[in-house]
Design a protein around this ligand. Sequence first.
Ligand SMILES: [Zn+2]
Length: 317
Amino acid sequence: MFKNLHELIAQMPDEKTCREWLAKQRWNGKPVCPHCGFEGKIYVIEGGKKYKCGSANCYKKFSVTVGTFLEGSNIPINKWLMAIYVCTAHKKGISSYQLGKDIGVTQKSAWFLLHRIRALMDERVEQPMKGIVEADETYMGRKYRSDYVGLSPEEIDYKLKTPQNKKGAVLGIVERSTGNVNVKAFSKIKRDELTDYVRSKVEEGSSLHTDESSLYRKLQYNGYGRETVTHSRKEFVKTSETGVRVHCNTVEAFWSVMKRGVHGIYHQISYKHLQQYCNEFSFRHNHRHLKDYEKFEIVFKGIVGRLPYKQLVAPKK
Ligand SMILES: [Zn+2]
């Protein structure tokens, strides 16, 4: 494995070395037929470009990328790998324009690459959060007419004029002891949806630290503790009766990195892709202690999944 971008490029200068590397990662040197799962004799054909299944019932040809999200891609494998590396390593992300220039593909191809890589970063915190958990909402991601399908043109005009409807809502929850974050995009935050989401991520009995928002009231009276700071009165930190520091500063710090990334790098993001950007930023945040190549490995492991182009550009239902 390589330790930095330079080594990645040096180890995989061409398509052949990439394919060999990929085969080693995927099968550990012993190819398995993706069509029938045959693990016996597999023939190497076409000068190493393809394989042929040795099972008498199958005999199908396949390449190392079949069934992965690299299958059928016109973009060379080493450019994919470079893109994953850069996207996981840069703290605030990278724009499709910049990535395209860096690795020598069009902006459109780079945009597609980045969206597929973000889909691989959809790796939330598995363990339920506990102890002190900060929760906060913010607004980002621009909505378009297509986000309001089913409404009359007048209603859509009205919605797109009012600030709280123009953007998507994002809920962030942070476990104080680990600093890890879960981020969820909503079209509009409603109390029931927020309650369900927090319940799915935070253990009962935990203490929620929030601002004065009434959205958390249902949780407060049903299994969760709650401490608040009153942001509208410019109160940002206080000490509770039991001597605990009450604040939402950890989640606020996460918002500030994400917002600087979104405004500075991506400029304008659409609500349709908001969750994907949330995944990208929370992935990097939750793996902030790892080395760049370790983050690369995590994303790379998801490579067998695919996100077809049609699904990516389809309007959100
Ligand atoms: Zn087979």
